[in-house]
Design a binder for this molecule. Structure first.
Ligand SMILES: Nc1ncnc2c1ncn2[C@@H]1O[C@H](COP(=O)(O)OP(=O)(O)OP(=O)(O)O)[C@@H](O)[C@H]1O
Ligand SMILES: [Mg+2]
Length: 254
């Protein structure tokens, strides 16, 4: 069975693309067949996170029926497939839910997971991705503005009959003013899938155009992404953190 999951947030910049790229990598490492799709057709950047900024054929070409889905599907060295969106202003477009559903349907059977990196907000573009997906993961930061937007997003998922799997809290700094994980769960009233700490390796991995899970597999954030992926497939995985000198040594050896 193919699980079609949209990663969404009300507020922008909370870490949907980072999460999509790293969950795809982690699920692939657990042996799952994954297709990551850039469902953000206005401010697309999944392709940038994954290494090739200018793909010759993209999701826009498929939606406009100028190319076949196969032609817009690329194999990432981390072991999963990617359907990127074009980053140019000329190719900016708003997809329709049924066109996206048509694409997802074509992937059914050929993948265990289809992960859709959604745009931010609650506009038409996001609505199309949420409606077209079967399940949704809410990505948020532990701050009030992100959480209030996430509440609205969850209502949107209810409206479209898309199952909210739970929340991933990203960029956790463990500062006193932050919402604690239990508070986030109470606030949103959905299960906690996991949290990812603030980790400067994340921006380094983006600069290297590589998922963190392969770039710094022993980093705290990478370990959390692996734990979340394990939870999604019901596998046992205990994050193994390395500290100080040991973690630097891993970096040098690499
Ligand atoms: N766990 C983290 N630790 C440190 N920095 C992070 C972390 N997660 C994300 N970031 C930073 O936040 C930025 C935004 O992340 P990302 O692009 O994934 O957000 P987004 O929700 O997809 O944004 P948009 O709404 O614009 O699509 C990244 O460029 C990265 O620098
Ligand atoms: Mg994004």
């Amino acid at each position: 069975m193919t699980r079609i999951i949209c990663l969404a947030s009300g507020k922008g910049g909370v870490g949907k693309t980072v999460t999509t790229s790293n969950l795809s990598t982690a699920l692939a490492q657990f042996g799952k067949r994954v297709v990551a799709i850039d469902g953000n057709l206005t401010t697309s950047n999944l392709g940038l996170h994954l290494g090739i900024p200018l793909y010759p054929v993209t999701l826009q070409d498929v939606l406009k029926k100028k190319a076949r889905l196969k032609e817009a599907t690329y194999y990432h060295p981390a072991g999963f497939r990617v359907v990127p969106a074009d980053v140019s202003f000329e190719k900016l477009m708003l997809p329709k839910a049924h066109d996206l559903m048509d694409i997802f349907y074509r992937l059914t059977g050929d993948a265990d997971f289809v992960l859709i990196d959604s745009a931010a907000g609650l506009g038409r573009e996001v609505q199309a991705a949420v409606e077209a997906a079967d399940e949704m993961i809410t990505v948020t930061n532990p701050e009030l503005p992100a959480l209030t937007d996430a509440v609205k997003l969850n209502r949107l998922a209810d409206k479209f009959g898309t199952q909210t799997l739970g929340v991933i809290i990203n960029r956790v700094k463990n500062e006193p003013h932050e919402f604690k994980t239990e508070d986030v769960q109470d606030f949103l009233d959905i299960p906690l899938l996991g949290y990812v700490p603030e980790d400067r390796n994340v921006s380094k991995s983006i600069a290297k155009k590589e998922p963190l899970v392969t770039y710094r597999p022993h980093s705290r954030a990478a370990q959390q992404f692996k734990a979340i992926a394990a939870q999604l497939i019901g596998e046992e995985y205990k994050p193994r953190f390395t500290f100080g000198l040991a973690s630097r040594l891993f970096g040098w050896l690499r």
